[in-house]
Design a protein around this ligand. Structure first.
Ligand SMILES: N[C@@H](CCC(=O)N[C@@H](CS)C(=O)NCC(=O)O)C(=O)O
Length: 216
C-alpha cells in the first residue's frame, strides 16, 4: 500500500499532540511540510484552520487530498497507507490489543489535558482547583501502571507513538512507574523520535521540567 505523491502538510505546535504525527512521519521517512503554529496568536481560530480542524486544534494534516485532525486516526491512516509494519492488520491476532493501545493513549491524554489546564493555562491561583490537580495527578499515575516496559503489540507500532508521546509528557506531572519509565526511555532512544524532537520547535506549553501537585 502506498499513499499519493503530494507532499503531506502538518500543522504543528511544539510539545502538543501533533508531536505524534511528526514522530510517525519521521518513522516512515515521508516527505512533509511542517507548518509551525502558536497557541497564542489566535491563528488556530482562523477560518482556514477551522476548515482543517473544526475545533481549532493541532494536529491538522493534509494528506492524499483530505484534511484530518484527530491524532489517533492520522497515525492509523498513515500506517495503513504508507507503513503497514507500524500497525497490526484487521483480522490478525493482536489487533484488539493494538487498537486498545492506540485509544488508551487518550485515557492518558485526558488527564494530561486537565493537568495542563490547571498548571499552565489557568494562570491565577484562584482559577485553579488544588483538589482537581491532586486527583488528576493520582489518576494519571494510576493509568500509567498499564504501560511498558514492552511495546504494546510486541513490535513497535503507531500505538506506541500515541502512548509514547503521552508518557513523555506525563513525566512533567508525576514520577513515572518503573515500567513506564523504561518504556519512555525506549521511545526516546528511537532515531525517529530524536529527529522529531529536533524539529519540534521551542517549548510552547511546558517550560518547567516538573509541575508538582499542590500540597494538601
Ligand atoms: N483528540 C485530539 C485532541 C487535539 C487537541 O486537543 N490538541 C490540543 C493540543 S495537545 C490543541 O490543539 N489545543 C488547542 C486548544 O484547545 O485551543 C487529538 O488527539 O488529535
Amino acid at each position: 500500500m502506498q499513499g499519493g505523491d503530494a507532499i503531506i502538510r502538518l500543522w504543528h505546535v511544539a510539545q502538543s499532540r501533533s508531536f505524534r504525527v511528526l514522530w510517525v512521519l519521521e518513522e516512515i521517512g515521508a516527505a512533509y511540510d511542517l507548518i509551525p503554529c502558536s497557541f497564542f496568536d489566535r491563528s488556530l481560530r482562523d477560518v482556514d484552520h477551522l476548515q482543517r480542524s473544526p475545533a481549532g486544534r493541532v494536529p491538522a494534516i493534509e494528506v492524499d487530498g483530505q484534511s484530518l485532525c484527530e491524532s489517533g486516526a492520522i497515525l492509523l491512516y498513515l500506517a495503513e497507507s504508507r507503513a503497514p509494519h507500524l500497525r497490526v492488520p484487521e483480522g490478525a491476532a493482536g489487533r484488539a490489543v493494538f487498537l486498545q493501545g492506540l485509544h488508551y493513549a487518550e485515557t492518558l491524554g485526558a488527564h494530561l489535558a486537565n493537568l495542563t489546564q490547571h498548571h499552565i493555562v489557568l494562570r491565577e491561583d484562584w482559577m485553579r482547583s488544588p483538589t482537581v490537580m491532586r486527583l488528576e495527578a493520582a489518576r494519571l499515575e494510576n493509568a500509567l501502571r498499564a504501560i511498558g516496559p514492552d511495546w504494546v503489540s510486541g513490535d513497535f507500532t503507531v500505538a506506541d507513538i500515541a502512548i509514547g508521546y503521552a508518557v513523555s509528557m506525563a513525566r512533567r506531572f508525576v514520577t513515572l512507574p518503573d515500567d513506564a519509565a523504561q518504556y519512555a526511555k525506549r521511545c526516546a532512544a528511537r532515531p525517529a523520535f530524536q529527529r522529531a524532537l529536533a524539529k519540534d520547535g521551542a517549548a510552547q506549553i511546558y517550560t518547567q521540567d516538573f509541575y508538582a501537585p499542590p500540597e494538601g
